[in-house]
Design a protein around this ligand. Sequence first.
Ligand code: GLA
Length: 729
Amino acid sequence: MNIRLAVPVLLSLFPLAGSAEIRYVAARKLWHLQAGPVSYVIGVNEKNELQSMYWGKRLWRDDDLQAAHSNPEWASFDNSGNTTPQEYPGWGGGRYIEPCLKVTLPDGVRDLVLHYVSYTIDGNTLRIELKDIGYDLGVTLRYQVFPETGVIRKSALIRNGTRQPLTLESAQSGAWNLPRGEGYRLTYLSGRWAGEWQINREPVHPGMKVIESRRGSTSHQANPWFAIDEGQADEGHGRVWFGALGWSGNWRLSIEQTAHQQVRVTGGFNPFDFSYPLAPGQTLETPPFYAGFTDGGFGEASRILHRFERTEIMPGGVSARPRPVLYNSWEATEFAVNEEGQKALAAKAAKLGVERFVMDDGWFGARNNDHAGLGDWTVNRQKFPHGLGPLIDYVNSLGMDFGLWVEPEMVNPDSNLYRQHPDWAMHFPDRPRTEARNQLVLNMARDDVKNYIFEALDRLLVENPKIAFLKWDMNRNFSEPGWPEAPVAQQKELWVAYTRNVYDIMDRLRRKHPKLEIESCSGGGGRVDLGILSRTDEVWTSDNTDAFDRLRIQEGFSYAYTPKAMMAWVTDVPNFNGRSTPLQYRFLVAMMGSLGIGGNLNKWTDNDMALATRMVELYKSIRTTVQQGKLYRLFSPGAGTFSANEYVSEDGRQAVLFAFRSAQDFGYPPPVVRLSGLDGNAVYRVKTIDRKLAGSLDTVSGDFLMNRGIDLRLGGDFDSTLITFERVP
Ligand code: GLA
């Protein structure tokens, strides 16, 4: 076989993870972005427009790629700007599709037609310059490819090169065009407080489906993630195009099917109430919009994102250590924290093998309930007469590190901060300020407010250098988003500047206190996205800690986000919804993510403590697999009373099966469980925690596990088990 033939054959035999290349094919004015298993192709057409040409499985032969050519108009009602897949369309030139950029120029012109100017390739990054056909309004499209996962990151830098100020009315990160056709299906996540991460699946029809947040932050109600398949994909099969925005402020994804069978997903800043003035020379950078492709179904789409988040998004990347087992005081003591009580809990937590003790709300200001204190980030001396030092030292002496809850963006009207600076809360002059949980939102867009909050948190960390972790909460969304001190034309910048400044505080704190870790919490899972995840080490999944509800909450979460980031607590029963489940069931549910304990340990029996100690120890032996391995969702908790997840370690040496029987059905045994992702030729040693595996399998082949499968003895309501499979060397 000659070398020219051998290359493609070899490429088709071996997975391409790890290789990436961006090539410009000058003869046909197109760029071929190859990233791992994915190809993405863009071209400049005969009208000098940037045209989307291909997004899917990796292609190897540039010669197959035709030059871009626009599609003809469709009668007099859709010109070719509507029939041709546009990579980054401006609103203008008779385009009715969702634009990526919409502007008003100072002379009143609202027509924007972006044409190609130039490009640069720098390693894994391609930059394409576009400019309006008349005005010096430029856009730099930045594409970065990630070789290991095939994920592509898009963002746009918009530049006002004119001599006049202009106003942006929509600034999107980019649009992803799918292969032309119909019959696509959209999967997205929605929810509410204590009910986040619900999976929705529906056909894509002509018209536009919008998922968004207008609340100032990411939101419980919708998450900036999407997956689109051709209507038949399942966990293990089928083409899936998926993506996620890295932005924790107002965002929007519009999933559009044009009248010309073109499905496109446009995402970026939410254009709702958006107005962003750009002075001459000024720029605006959009949030990053990440997307990937697989022909291995929803399971593989999630595994790609999990790996991408762990290696490219989360702090520390591949070298980040596994998440520690955490205890949190909230459900045990709520606001009634004090030195003695917290020490008693800490002593018990340490006995269980907990590695991090976190004191939640109630330690600061006049914070005895949720009516007062937010904004006053000084230690409450009645509860902690000697400051936090003695508690932190005690926690450290037990072998745990110490974490603390804060809610920096908020203020209670009953606080010293609000009494001193009532104007620091977001408001419109002479209008009511709508309270939620008795609190208002600080206008973090103001630099003086931002600096004050940075200094308050920094002081806390300087005075208590052993604080290892902050749980950063945000317990309400915006209302009356006014910024009366800013010039009227700039007041709507608040939507963008707020989030930028929150990011800035986190970034500065992390730089100054490099060992500090942060959890993103917003009344549960209200602020989880790839923007916040790039500066936090974990997220609080939901305030709903009922283990049965959690199965579905965690499943939805896992579509988009890695189990490593998914903080999950074991709490007491009956839960807030009245449901009681056994302690082992609660542990095993929480052990499918980053394990925490949030129950009132003072009330745990000796038996509870003994079981918990065993579970924590077991978790430590499997956590690398759970947090950093590959997740296979074998049986969905949304589909029946039996559910199961399997995690396989990156090196393939360990697999862990979690199985749950939430209710017994007429006494039927659970279905046969076939495992995934194992080496068929390898032999695995089987270990059960409670002998719920039928038969006497001691060692078993991967082929048997993946084809014959195993039978479990899970009978009663809320039954559960865990089985590990260690590869025999
Ligand atoms: C939010 C969080 C909880 C807890 C409380 C404290 O609801 O999600 O975990 O920290 O605030 O007030």
